[in-house]
Design a protein around this ligand. Sequence first.
Ligand code: CP
Ligand code: NVA
Length: 299
Amino acid sequence: MVKHFIDIADFTHTQLEAIIADAKAMKANPDAFNHVLAGKKIAMIFEKPSTRTRISFEVGIIELGGSAIILSAADMQMGHGESIADTAKVLSRFVDGIMIRANSHEMVLELAQNATIPVINALTDRSHPCQIMADIMCFEEHKGDLNGKNIAWFGDGNNVAASWIEAAPLFGFNLTIASPEQLDPNAEILQKAVAAGGNVKLERDPAKAAKDADCIITDCWVSMGDKDAANRHNLLAPYQVDERVMKLAKTDSIFMHCLPAHRDEEVVSEVIDGQQSVVFDEAENRLHVQKAILKYLFD
Ligand code: CP
Ligand code: NVA
């Protein structure tokens, strides 16, 4: 069976914690892992822009002794009519693994179904599992075990929110999504998480969502591919994370954001640049946790 890394919900808590434990070991002692990908070639395909994902994966692959091939989907034949299945079969003959950032989640599933090598989801319209692994690692480093903690998501119920929702039943935290009804998270993902025992609530009132939170998280109001920017700005303005929101949370709460941030839109500068913000630790952990994901897939 080929292993893939497509969604958080595809894994058990034990598997995900083992990956995060490896990531912490790699962060503490990177040199001990520099042969994990020896001789391995990983294709990295981008249909959307990226700073953190592209650099952290490429650096991580280099640090593990492998080689990365960076590809823009628009420059490949798949951007000009070649089928996903044929692309998967051809790449499987040349490289050892595929990392893909795609517009469509269905496309990534089709790629994985037709590939004979591991496929990693590096963000789709539906989810961003690598990000949430880095976020969980970051939370644990700052606040300890997630079990029983209160996490409040502010803003668009987007791809990053969806991966947080999938993590809720696995890691046992209480997740409150503060979003306008029009931008609620994916209903199917929410229902599955609740059916799996996740304590995930939708809350329209930002003050109620922030109360007693151990961590406040937000993301951009307009994700890559979203068309209705003006409408989103109007709907999401009440969900901006400002100092008033942070004051309602626990005094030792942290602020997270997957970045890129839009200061004074989803978060004010005083919060993202303030004492409670851990956003750059969070970004750094993309490197460590993705190396651990690669180790899980290839070692
Ligand atoms: N957080 C994240 O995935 O950032 P990039 O879009 O820069 O890769
Ligand atoms: N929700 C954002 C995340 C960017 C890392 C997007 O999809 O554009």
